[in-house]
Structures are given as structure tokens and as C-alpha cells.
Design a protein around this ligand. Structure first.
Ligand SMILES: N[C@@H](CCC(=O)N[C@@H](CS)C(=O)NCC(=O)O)C(=O)O
Length: 320
């Protein structure tokens, strides 16, 4: 195998490493140990009956197919039967400009970032999905998926096709909160802490914590159907949208490589069971997930090659 002369390798490595750190710091701000720190979401209003009342056709949910955080909201919207009540706007990942573009211009805005600034002049934070938008006041209600799914679960029951489905029953709320903490830190954000780590130590720690949690949940699911027992809860939805991307994206692109989902029989059956609920399968767009992660996270995949879809037949063959 012919390798380039050492001066080319050294020069290329030094230039590329510097640019890589620069781009990574924009994409995923690290702390001084090189660990990824996810910024807090800034819009945290609730549907409280005051400024924001629960009304059909009033709110819109901006989502991107690839985003696991947005995917949570799509799954809850589907399970509750809120398709008629809350419209979705599918935004597209823009590989060159970064960020999301709108499918059609609104208020003279072509991008989600412009819409954020239209609603909140001077806004300089991240323009993320999911984002719950109020069409009456042209304002952002909430852009934190953990809270949007609570809102969808509880606040629109009057209009939901499945008001009887409660994904956060009162007696399970402590258990749900505990799982949410563990899963957010080690799994949902844990895969990003692996993929966006800028030092070896940061990556090693995130990787160890991630697989410790997956091992633990795989064992637990041998004796119960869901995280909190027999009932599907919001904690499961939060876990599901990360796990369904695991073999597709995180295992390779984010170096979450100790095991694949296929090496965890219980986790695999669990993902497949949730995938087969109601119309959850329609919320999973695998080609776009691959395209956005591999095509848009340029510093992690500078060659831009998009992998082929792996075999996902387990999703319909297991669980059920
Ligand atoms: N904590 C937020 C995170 C949302 C988030 O990071 N979304 C990503 C897509 S997966 C995004 O829109 N990023 C655009 C950006 O940071 O500019 C939530 O759970 O809602």
C-alpha cells in the first residue's frame, strides 16, 4: 500500500486537526476537558390556558426527520392521535449553511433560524427542532423536546383521538423522572457525548457510561416490558428514538461501537415492539436519518459518503 510522503501526512494532519477542532467547537461546544456540553433550550412556556390555550389547529410543530429529539414529539403526537390537532412542518437539513431550511417561506423567512429571530428579535441561541410554534401570536411556545412531549401527552386530550392513553401516569412519575435522568445523560445525550468528544478521555468516559446503561436496561427488559414496568411511558419514547438510530448511525459515526443493538436481544425486541405500535413506523425515515447525519455533520464525515441502509428487518420480525 503506497502511503503519501511523511511531510504530506504531517502537514495535512496538523492543518486538518486544527480545522477539525475549530469546526467541532462551533458544532458542539466543549468544556475545557473536551467533553460535549449540550446548550440548554431557551423557550420553555407551557400550554397554561393564559397566553397559550389548548386549541386545535393553533400550534405547529417544526421537526426534522433525522433528529432524535424531534422524533420523540412525532411519536407522542401519533400515539395520542393528535395529527388533526397539531400540524407538523418538516424542515430540511442544510449541509452547506448548517441548520434547517423551511419547506416554504413564512413571514419572509426561509430558514428556521430566521423564524426564531422573527419571533424573538436579537435571538442568538441555537435554532433547534423540535419547536412548538403558536400561529396566533407568532411566538415560540417551547423548544425543549422533553417538555413538548409532556405537553402533547397532557394538554390536548380534549382533541386527541386517544385521550385515554397517559404516557406519564401520576404513580409512575418518580420512576419516569429517574429513568429520564439516567437515559438523558448516558444514552440520549450519551451517544452525542461519544460522537462529539474532543479528547480521548471524554470519549472513553461517555462510551463506558453509555454501554453500562444499555447493559443494565437489556437485563431489566428480560423481566418486564417497559422501563417502568408493564406500561409504555414517556421514558420509553425518549429511549426509543435514540435506540432506533443506534446501528444506523451512532455505532459507526459516533464510535459507539462496543456492541450493536443486534447484540442486545431484549433491547432489539423492545425497539421493534414500539416500532410496531399504531403508526410509529411512519415517523421513522431511515434514508433521511442516514443522509442528514452522514451528509451534514461534515467534521465527522468529511468524505461525505453516505452508507447504505443496514438490514433493519428485525423491526418487523421481532416484538409485535
Ligand atoms: N435539548 C433539545 C435539543 C434539540 C437539538 O439539539 N436538535 C438538533 C437536531 S438533532 C438541532 O436542531 N440542531 C440545530 C442547531 O443546533 O443549530 C431538545 O431536546 O429539544
Amino acid at each position: 500500500m503506497a502511503i503519501p510522503p511523511s511531510w504530506i501526512v504531517q502537514t495535512g494532519r496538523s492543518i486538518w486537526t486544527n480545522i477539525w477542532h475549530l469546526m467541532m467547537s462551533q458544532l458542539a461546544p466543549p468544556n475545557d476537558r473536551g467533553e460535549y456540553q449540550r446548550p440548554q433550550s431557551e423557550f420553555r412556556h407551557r400550554i397554561d390556558g393564559n397566553k397559550y390555550a389548548a386549541q386545535p389547529h393553533r400550534y405547529r410543530l417544526y421537526v426534522g426527520w433525522s433528529c432524535p429529539w424531534a422524533h420523540r414529539t412525532l411519536v407522542v403526537r401519533t400515539l395520542k392521535g393528535l395529527e388533526e390537532t397539531i400540524e407538523i412542518v418538516l424542515v430540511n437539513g442544510d449541509a452547506n449553511a448548517g441548520g434547517w431550511t423551511l419547506p416554504k417561506s413564512e413571514h419572509d423567512c426561509q430558514t428556521l433560524a430566521q423564524l426564531y429571530r422573527f419571533a424573538t428579535p436579537g435571538y442568538t441561541g441555537r435554532s433547534t427542532v423540535p419547536m412548538l410554534w403558536d400561529t396566533h401570536t407568532y411566538s415560540i411556545v417551547n423548544n425543549e423536546s422533553a417538555e413538548i412531549i409532556e405537553i402533547l401527552n397532557a394538554e390536548f386530550n380534549e382533541y386527541a383521538q386517544h385521550p385515554e392513553l397517559d404516557l406519564a401516569p401520576i404513580d409512575l412519575q418518580d420512576a419516569i423522572a429517574q429513568w429520564n435522568d439516567t437515559i438523558y445523560q448516558t444514552v440520549n445525550n450519551g451517544v452525542y457525548r461519544c460522537g462529539f468528544a474532543q479528547t480521548q478521555a471524554a470519549y472513553d468516559m461517555a462510551h463506558t457510561e453509555l454501554f453500562a446503561t444499555l447493559d443494565r436496561i437489556n437485563e431489566l427488559l428480560a423481566t418486564q416490558a417497559y422501563l417502568c414496568g408493564d406500561l409504555l411511558t414517556l421514558a420509553d419514547i425518549r429511549l426509543f428514538t435514540t435506540l432506533i438510530r443506534f446501528d444506523l448511525v451512532y455505532h459507526n459515526l459516533f464510535k459507539c461501537n462496543r456492541r450493536q443493538l443486534r447484540n442486545y436481544p431484549q433491547l432489539q425486541a423492545y425497539v421493534s415492539k414500539i416500532y410496531q405500535l399504531a403508526d410509529v413506523a411512519d415517523t421513522c425515515n431511515f434514508p433521511t436519518i442516514l443522509q442528514d447525519y452522514y451528509g451534514n455533520l461534515f467534521p465527522l464525515n468529511p468524505g461525505g459518503i453516505i452508507p447504505q441502509l443496514p438490514d433493519l428487518s428485525y423491526l418487523t420480525q421481532l416484538g409485535g
